[in-house]
Design a protein around this ligand. Structure first.
Ligand code: F42
Length: 145
């Protein structure tokens, strides 16, 4: 299925529409925080549909770091399962587009290093981790050569 199914969360779907619709020149931050956001496009593992998820922009060299925090909710977001099933994603960062492959970072030292970068970029991640008993998953998105 190649159909795009927008998020059921209206503010999220609206952000995707404005971000993409403006060619990456509007709706670039999380609400009024001033902190930058990227759009990750991937496939739904059950439906096969195209899904689009705004996430905080966290970078590590050429890689993007994706944090499945979902505000510290008790469950992983749906996109976590989608990325585990199909790791190929497209990332829009303002006007730039990247085709990338994601991997969940399970090595503890590597995860810790990336977690610190993520918290520096978006400090509330630290609060979200305190709110939930699950370990918040961290993905590294790496360029597909
Ligand atoms: N979420 C984060 O986890 N981390 C962030 O850094 C982050 C930043 C951010 C910035 C701006 C913004 O607008 C939103 C931001 N969010 C961030 C929220 C993020 O965009 C997601 O909305 C949130 O993480 C929840 O992800 P979700 O995939 O659970 O989305 C929900 C709302 C949703 O749309 N669910 C769908 C639904 O219909 O309920 C499921 C869609 C789906 O992927 N279905 C799969 C399929 O096959 O199509 C099956 C999934 C399954 O396992 O059943």
């Amino acid at each position: 299925m190649n159909q795009y199914i927008p998020s059921t969360s209206k503010w999220v779907a609206d952000q995707v529409e404005r971000y993409e619709g403006s060619g990456g020149t509007e709706a670039l931050t999380l609400r009024d925080t001033g902190l930058p956001v990227i759009i990750v496009t991937n496939r739904g593992w059950k439906t096969g549909a195209i899904r689009k998820t705004p996430l905080m922009r966290v970078v590590d060299g050429k890689n993007y770091i994706l944090v499945a925090s979902q505000g510290g909710a008790p469950e992983h977001p749906a996109w976590y399962h989608n990325l585990k099933a199909d790791p190929l994603v497209d990332i829009q960062d303002k006007t730039a587009f990247f085709h990338m492959r994601v991997r969940e970072v399970v090595d503890e030292a590597e995860r810790q290093r990336l977690w610190e970068i993520a918290v520096k970029a978006y400090p509330p991640y630290a609060e979200y981790q305190k709110k939930t008993s699950r370990i918040i998953p961290v993905f590294a998105a790496e360029p597909v050569e």
